[in-house]
Design a protein around this ligand. Structure first.
Ligand code: ADP
Ligand code: MG
Length: 267
């Protein structure tokens, strides 16, 4: 069964989408079967995986509203090496349309049950808010990977996210846990970043991933070519770091069944 992880952080521009597409490509590169789900109406993870969001006939929107299955709505990218359940602007409407529906937080979870056996990892790129869309991601997942920049307000933002995850764990998904914090856009020359990085390790210990993603312009350039950096420029420092992160995740993660059991105690 697939291990299902949300890439989430309530702040925008912290590297969620970059992490999602590059981790997906990194995992594919080391032989894992991956489905990447774009839960952000901006559709950046879709475009960044070489899929034109404007041309998509079925998206995660149709899956949430149950007019298509995941198998019907997903597409495969040969270049990137993973499957994509894309999103476009239409998804913004799902928020409103789902409010009146039953099981509205659990629609993605239900839909993924049918494809869980086909993948090793399912990665969900979340929008920067605690919306019904994000809740669908959190309800469907075993855990959350939190990309963060080592900046002064980073820890403050984390408190909100940790509280949200605790609430979802208590009320909606007892399997949910924090898988780990990923330090991204890291610049070791900046003393403050080093200090915040140390603080993170002091507070969160083992929950901080060993791999650090450096600030690397190639990662920022790649989306304009419709590719994750890992595929666009494999030798780039940032790309190598994401492949190392994929390897760390494969090495450290127990099977999906054990992940769920592990989360029995609150995060
Ligand atoms: P989010 O999805 O959280 O809004 P993005 O992944 O879109 O964040 O990243 C925000 C911006 O930072 C984008 O322009 C992206 O290209 C850039 N970026 C992300 N990670 C890196 C990195 N490691 N090095 C350089 N630029 C990065
Ligand atoms: Mg994003």
């Amino acid at each position: 069964m697939a291990k299902i992880f949300c890439i989430a952080n309530q702040k925008g521009g912290v590297g969620k989408t970059t992490t999602t597409v590059n981790l997906a490509a990194g995992l594919a590169k080391v032989g894992q079967r991956v489905l990447m789900i774009d839960l952000d109406p901006q559709g950046n993870a879709t475009m960044g995986s070489g899929v034109d969001k404007r041309q998509l006939e079925t998206t995660v929107y149709d899956v949430l509203l149950e007019s298509a299955s995941v198998a019907e709505a997903r597409v495969h990218s040969e270049k990137c090496g993973y499957d994509i359940l894309g999103a476009n602007r239409e998804l913004a409407g799902a928020e409103v349309e789902m409010v009146a529906l039953d099981r509205r937080e659990k629609r993605l979870r239900t839909a993924l049950a049918a494809v869980g056996a086909e993948y090793d990892f399912i990665l969900i790129d979340c929008p920067p808010s605690l919306s019904l869309l994000t809740l669908n991601g959190l309800c469907a997942a075993h855990g959350v990977i939190v990309p963060m920049q080592c900046e002064y307000f980073a820890l403050e933002g984390l408190t909100d996210l940790v509280n949200t995850i605790k609430q979802v764990h208590a009320n909606l998904n007892k399997n949910l846990q924090i898988i780990g914090l990923l330090r991204v856009m890291f610049d070791p020359r900046i003393t403050l970043q080093q200090q915040v990085s140390e603080q993170l390790k002091a507070h969160f210990g083992e929950k901080v991933f060993d791999t650090v993603i450096p600030r690397n312009v190639r990662l920022a350039e790649a989306p304009s070519y419709g590719l994750p950096g890992v595929v666009f420029d494999p030798p780039a420092k940032g790309s190598q770091a994401f492949v190392a992160f994929a390897e760390e995740l494969v090495r450290k993660m127990p099977p999906a069944s054990a992940l769920a059991a592990e989360a029995a105690s609150p995060p």
